[in-house]
Design a protein around this ligand. Sequence first.
Ligand code: ADP
Length: 477
Amino acid sequence: MDCRSLVNGEWLEGGEPRPNINPSDLDDVLGQAWVQGAEVVDAAMAAAHAAAPQWAASTPQQRFEVLDRIGSELLARKDELGRLLSREEGKTLPEGVGEVARAGQIFKFFAGEAVRGGGQHLDSVRPGLEVDVWREPLGVVGLITPWNFPMAIPAWKVAPALAFGNAVVLKPAELVPGCAWALADIIHRSGLPAGVFNLVYARGAVAGPRLVESQLVQGISFTGSEATGRQLAAACGAQLKKLQLEMGGKNPLVVLDDADLGTAVNAAIQGAFYSTGQRCTASSRLIVTEGIHDRFVQACVDALRSTRVGHALEADTQIGPVVDANQWRQNLDWVARAEQEGAVRAFGGERLAARTPGFYMQPCLLTGTHPQMAINRHEVFGPVATVLRVSSYEEALAVANDTAYGLSSGICTGSLKHAMDFRRRAQAGMVMVNVPTAGVDYHVPFGGRKASSLGPREQGAAAAEFYTTVKTCYLKA
Ligand code: ADP
């Protein structure tokens, strides 16, 4: 598979090949991405700038049809593309297929949003005057995406961008060029005018500053690390450029004495370890009250013992490999550091060998941790979760909120009183009761507070806030 940049409706020649390696089997190379320098970003921005007015003037029906067609092809090819995703990123085949289907659903949802529109008509407070509030496209948007949801995240940025009449430059993550290429190929054949959607393979450190500094780009939407997000925030601030950031999480899952044990263990195992823990919504801190602590830990260990880690494409695999060597090393270092700080390894945390050479790691449950340990303050982004023992609901809530992040916050309890209180007082963009912290719907807002997010929410009706700008029009006859 040769992944090439798409600029102004043309697949570009040239660049340096970067091999696309399967993390489940390092001998399996999917092909290469042809990585180019700043010139590809410049060409893409110029193409998007030239094409933007035509797309901004398109009818809602035209936008509906393009987005609906993209969604239909993604759904029809979900098995094939899910396989590509799992081979490239390492999540299991059901997760890969599910993610492609999700991407298709997102395009379908935003096809509808293009038609529904979102204006408002009001009577003026002054006599004889009418007011209309419109939403207009921003213009050109630069979309920078991470490797952990290589179909769904590009989809949930590209679909609203196009639905609301913007032109796009998409810069996908280096580790997952194939999914971006497959999505671009579908978009390329969807009837969208040339130049409205452009894909660039360029290093993040090259493409990011270029997109931010260009006067041709009106907004940047980024999902990735907090460190890069902070750089972008500073740079966009200096440029007065509209910005949407989705970054890390250190998401708590509170388990109270009155929780159903099976529900709590399932939420913890799914939320912390599925998708190899490589989700910004992963439950990385399990905050457990004393009465259920020992039973909960034992049940988690039992569940982990029978959880199969292996090649992402094998039928019985529940947890795939870590995405690359760097992340693998970091995860193992975090486990070692937590042990030095006094955490106890109740399960896993070591490298695993499988049938094929890959970045396999046994999911790790660390007990005896306290809130001040580094492992409880920094995002690991791997299959590593800690247990924090607390003595009351109030202490659990305080520990849950004691973090620099605020993306997703969960509680398992049979008590309506505690569930209601938690929903009100959790300092997070998303609150989950008796379900894992990870796993969200596509038609409602996604995003967080504190260091997890900046700017308007993504997805659902909220997506219009970033991808449009408001115009207030006064009219007197
Ligand atoms: P991760 O740890 O998920 O790889 P990064 O923030 O490094 O997080 O990467 C997320 C996305 O941001 C990728 O597409 C990457 O290429 C891009 N990126 C990396 N450095 C920069 C930068 N300086 N400016 C903008 N984007 C960047």
